[in-house]
Design a protein around this ligand. Structure first.
Ligand SMILES: C[C@@H](CC(=O)O)C(=O)C(=O)O
Ligand SMILES: [Zn+2]
Length: 295
């Protein structure tokens, strides 16, 4: 599975008119999920995992519910130095009370994407996430565990992509950490002492513009920037569960692929956390297995 940029799918043709004014008309007073950040980085964290971090975890962003009207006002008046906003709202019954918007969604190129889902043996569609970002926002490098068909609607987004096997160069946080799945490396100021193999990293760059679609396979690392050609950027993602990777219907091929090894490593880490109960015992036990035997 490799990422690919497609420029002629017309997947979200009917959404290319979703500018701020149109969305104010159709989303208006609906409450939407908006992340606020003091910096340009919007590093995801799982609030349910913060308790495992004692009290030395400080959330880098704040999640609020904001009327779309209010969000649009901030978006239009935003200037460098203002608090940055990133709306990431599921297209669900909470906001789909405008027949215009519903009609736009119904006229997406569903036949094309259903064909991709079938041909690639993806699982069910789980979510459509509408994302509107003030210019210059960065989603730092991380991977997701679903298939992602990423449609760019307005403005330009720069992706830097890395294969799953770059796991050892991107040093993800531990699976139990709130920043699970996120790289520990600050791309703007990498700590090569702590993360020496980051020096070897080589990424694939893709810049998406309106109408472009990126297929982002699960477990592929991505660093994403909203470029500053426009005041804000708008994107819509189609999330699909990964298809079955083992069992009677699928024969496992060897050698295993990067994403399969990544899944194994994550499962081993999770099993150790579960069994040892103390996250501080995971490292010493893994070292005991490795040192003098597998190194
Ligand atoms: C949030 C998004 C990146 C971005 O568009 O800022 C992402 O990571 C994804 O769609 O998997
Ligand atoms: Zn992602």
């Amino acid at each position: 599975m490799k990422p690919v940029v497609l420029t002629d799918t017309n997947l979200v043709g009917s959404a290319l008119k979703w500018n701020c004014h149109y969305l104010q008309e159709t989303l208006g007073n609906n409450l939407c999920t908006v992340y606020l950040s003091k910096t340009h980085k919007f590093k995801y964290f799982d609030v349910n995992q913060t308790k495992k971090c004692d009290n030395d975890f400080s959330p880098p962003t704040e999640k609020v519910l904001m009327k779309f009207q209010e969000f649009a006002k901030h978006l239009k008046s935003w200037e460098e130095g203002d608090r940055r906003l990133y709306m990431q709202q599921l297209l669900n019954e909470k906001i789909l009370n405008s027949s215009q918007l519903v009609n736009d969604i119904l006229t997406f190129n569903w036949s094309w994407i259903r064909r991709q889902q079938k041909q690639n043996n993806w699982g069910p569609l789980t979510a459509n996430l509408l994302m509107i970002s003030t210019q210059g926002n960065v989603t730092p490098a991380h991977f997701d565990n679903q298939q992602n068909v990423f449609a760019q609607i307005y403005g330009y987004k720069r992706f830097i992509l890395f294969p799953p096997e770059d796991y050892d160069k991107l040093y993800p946080h531990p699976v139990w950490h709130p920043h699970d799945r996120q790289s520990q490396v600050d791309f703007e100021n990498p700590d090569y002492t702590k993360f020496p193999k980051f020096r070897e990293i080589k990424g694939h760059e893709a810049v998406l513009g309106p109408g472009d679609v990126l297929y982002l396979p699960l477990y592929w690392w991505h660093h994403v920037e909203s470029l500053c050609q426009t005041q804000y950027t708008t994107s819509l993602t189609f999330w699909y569960k990964a298809g079955p990777t083992h069992g009677s219907s699928v024969t496992t091929m060897y050698p295993l692929e990067g994403y399969q090894k990544m899944a194994i490593m994550r499962n081993v880490e999770k099993m150790l956390v579960e069994t040892l109960k103390d996250v501080n015992e995971v490292g010493p036990l893994l070292r005991a297995i490795l040192e003098g035997r597998y190194t």
